[in-house]
Ligand binder design. Structure first.
Ligand code: DHE
Length: 642
């Protein structure tokens, strides 16, 4: 039985005291292998059962006991000094730079989170370890039984929360493989602990953040240990049936029906409300709040800027006309069950003419009329990877509309291909594929608009595609899970035009040369590495008129409220400061002239924080927004200013 902390803390008998003395001796009274000065172990009666429960609940996401290393070491093999282990658990960060503590940091790449356990709880854990030493490997708890209803609930939760990173068939991408075999190895407790607490490498803390309840976590842990169900197809007939043309082209205005500067509008994604709010960038007044697809992901601007194109995670594309007296959705269509990106035709003479939606599921892309969203073609994706393997799942990640050729470039995540789709050819076929790296994710253009710079986050690399020559220009390592968003271009005083990526898996920023014509000596080479206060960065952004390059650390468990500003002139991080009050700071967007920058405070009752783009002082806070995430200024999005 678990005793109250105070009730349990009573003096040890003599045998216990000699055991504690032996531990102290083994630890050299200083903690075993160097480290901060520590006192003698507390004298307590520890509860191994309570320690086991704590281990299963908190620690088993990263550690096993006797089944091998996972995200952290197998704890059946640990520092022999219980006193060292005790002090390490109490304050993991303070052991960085010391012998054993630093070796752990070097081996595992991050510092163990501090769970804020009491001294009594830590004693319980140690008691459990010592008891388990004599018992052998710890078997995981059995998964809960799933009847048909619970299985369906778990399937839906997986789709809503997990499929984006791990894939619908769970073979992994931005997140690791969590198919049946690996999930069964991790076990019920480990899976639940990972969902509950997240990881320092970017897995969200769904449990402690309140996103998922304990019963949902238990269902998911059971679901993951079963084979994934066959996901459904979405044929052209169903896509056509979903098409809604609310305002035909003839009924739309031929000139803006309001006096506002619509090219400086901001579209703000309110993710969990499945809405987009449109603000006047100058006055910051709300112009419209519109229903779009489920858990809307991003907006893109049509080449002319007149239309916002919103993509929901349910694959619903919404076309928003900014010239209407009150901007509204003029057409919608659903070409995927699951999607993240959409892009219009950008070449001169083809502006706003076609639109492509890339699916996460099914493995297909769909081309629409750019003005009406009438479905024109549905094309299956090739399922072979650049290594020649046949994959169960290939998803369209980022999409880029070229300006000088009638092409879209589709980054095919799992397979590592960049597929070029020609929208002047009948059937909108893939006319060429360029091998990159697995798994392609997000990215943007270089300053010259010639190279596409895309993160292959599972390969720790950035990939540069030369779109003039239509070939791979370079692939170079940057770090653990690069995640640049659109990236950022600026003229470095020493290295010429550069671009940059932060990383999800480590607190590193890699700045690399990105001008193979002007500075071939440093092109596609990392020229500066910076350290952020924490890993978990999702986005970077700048504007030609801004002296700063801004980074968030959204997925960090310790610094999610902060953003950091890098000074282009000095080549240094100048400051990191709190922006979010209610939730996590995420994503940046400048206004058209680069005078202000908008940052989201991502929370259910969230806000957009407007900073002066020079002083970085807060000038306004637009509140009352439901989980604001991405923000898209019409001019900057249409002209791809970043
Ligand atoms: Fe995104 C861009 C995929 C989670 C906000 N995100 C992108 C792009 C891809 C992608 C492929 C590039 C599109 C392009 O340029 O054509 N995002 C994914 C995922 O697969 C992932 C990791 C998991 C998921 O389940 O969706 C994911 N994304 C998120 C979020 O959780 C974010 C922070 C908030 C949200 O909406 O859910 C988020 N992603 C964004 C934003 C961009 C983006 C704001 C556009 C950045 C820009 O400046 O253009």
């Amino acid at each position: 039985m678990r005793l109250g902390v105070d009730a349990r803390r009573r003096p040890l008998a003599w045998a216990g005291i000699t055991a504690a003395a032996a531990l102290l001796a083994a630890a050299g009274c200083g903690g075993g292998s160097g480290g901060p000065a520590v006192g003698p172990p507390p004298v307590t009666v520890a509860d191994a059962d309570a320690g086991e429960a704590l281990f299963r609940r908190n620690c088993s996401g990263c550690h096993t006991f006797g089944h091998g290393d996972h995200l952290g070491p197998d704890l059946s093999v640990r520092n022999p000094s219980a006193n060292w282990v005790r002090n390490f658990i109490a304050d993991p960060a303070s052991w960085i730079g010391t012998g054993y503590g630093q070796r752990l940091r070097d081996a595992w790449g991050y510092t163990m989170p501090d769970y804020g356990l009491s001294a009594a709880e830590i004693d319980d854990l140690i008691a459990f370890f010592e008891r388990q030493d004599g018992r052998g490997p710890l078997a995981p708890s059995a998964p809960v039984a799933l009847d048909a209803g619970a299985f369906e609930q778990a399937r839906q939760t997986y789709f809503d929360r997990c499929a984006g990173c791990h894939g619908l068939v769970r073979s992994g991408a931005t997140g690791p493989d969590i198919g049946q075999v690996r999930s069964t190895w991790i076990g019920t407790d480990g899976l639940a602990a990972l969902m509950r607490h997240g990881t320092p490498r970017g897995m969200p803390n769904f449990g402690t953040s309140g996103t998922l309840g304990e019963s949902q976590i238990a269902q998911l842990a059971a679901y993951l240990q079963q084979p994934p169900p066959e996901p459904p197809a979405l044929p052209m007939s169903a896509i056509q049936a979903s098409w809604r043309l609310t305002v035909p082209v003839g009924a739309r205005p031929t000139a803006p029906q309001h006096a506002r500067d619509w090219r400086n509008f901001f579209g703000v994604v309110e993710r969990d409300a499945s809405k987009v709010s449109i603000f006047d960038g100058a006055s910051r007044e709300l112009v419209a709040r519109l229903d779009v697809g489920f858990a809307v992901h991003i907006l893109r601007s049509s080449a002319s800027g007149r239309y916002f194109q919103a993509i929901g995670r349910d694959g619903l594309v919404s076309l928003i006309d900014l010239w209407a007296a009150v901007p509204g959705v003029v057409a919608s269509v659903k070409g995927c069950h699951d999607a993240r990106s959409v892009e219009g035709s950008r070449m001169a003479g083809h502006e706003d003419r076609f639109l492509v939606e890339g699916c996460y599921w099914p493995p297909q892309y769909v081309v629409y009329d750019g003005q009406t969203l009438e479905p024109l073609a549905r094309v299956d994706l090739p399922l072979d990877s650049i290594d020649g393997a046949t994959l169960p799942e290939v998803r369209v990640a980022s999409i880029f509309g070229l300006r000088d050729q009638p092409l879209w470039a589709l980054a095919l995540k799992e397979s590592g291909w960049l597929a070029l789709v020609d929208y002047t050819q009948p059937g909108f076929p893939i006319v060429q594929r360029i091998a990159g790296e697995r798994f392609l994710h997000d990215g943007g253009w270089d300053a010259a608009g010639r190279h596409l710079l895309i993160a292959a986050n599972a390969s720790r690399r950035m990939v540069a595609f030369d779109m003039q020559r239509r070939e791979l220009a370079a692939s170079f390592e940057t770090g653990d899970t690069p995640h640049p968003g659109r990236g950022a271009n600026w003229l470095d005083p020493q290295y010429g035009w550069v671009n940059v990526t932060p990383h999800l898996g480590e607190p590193k920023v890699s700045i690399y040369g990105a001008d193979p014509v002007g500075r071939p000596d440093v092109a596609w080479k990392v020229v500066r590495e910076l350290t952020l206060p924490a890993a978990g960065s999702l986005f970077v952004k700048t504007h030609p008129n801004s002296p700063w390059v801004l980074f968030d650390m959204t997925m960090s468990t310790t610094h999610a409220r902060q953003v950091c500003a890098y000074a282009k002139a000095s080549g240094k991080i100048d400051r990191c400061f709190d922006v979010a009050r209610a939730g996590k700071a995420v994503h940046f967007e400048f206004d058209r002239d680069g005078k202000q920058v908008w940052v989201s405070d991502w929370a259910s009752d969230g806000a957009v924080v407007v900073l002066d783009a020079v002083t970085l002082q807060e000038v306004a806070r637009i509140g009352g927004l439901v989980s604001p995430t991405g923000k898209f200024n019409v001019h900057n999005t249409a002209e791809e200013v970043y």
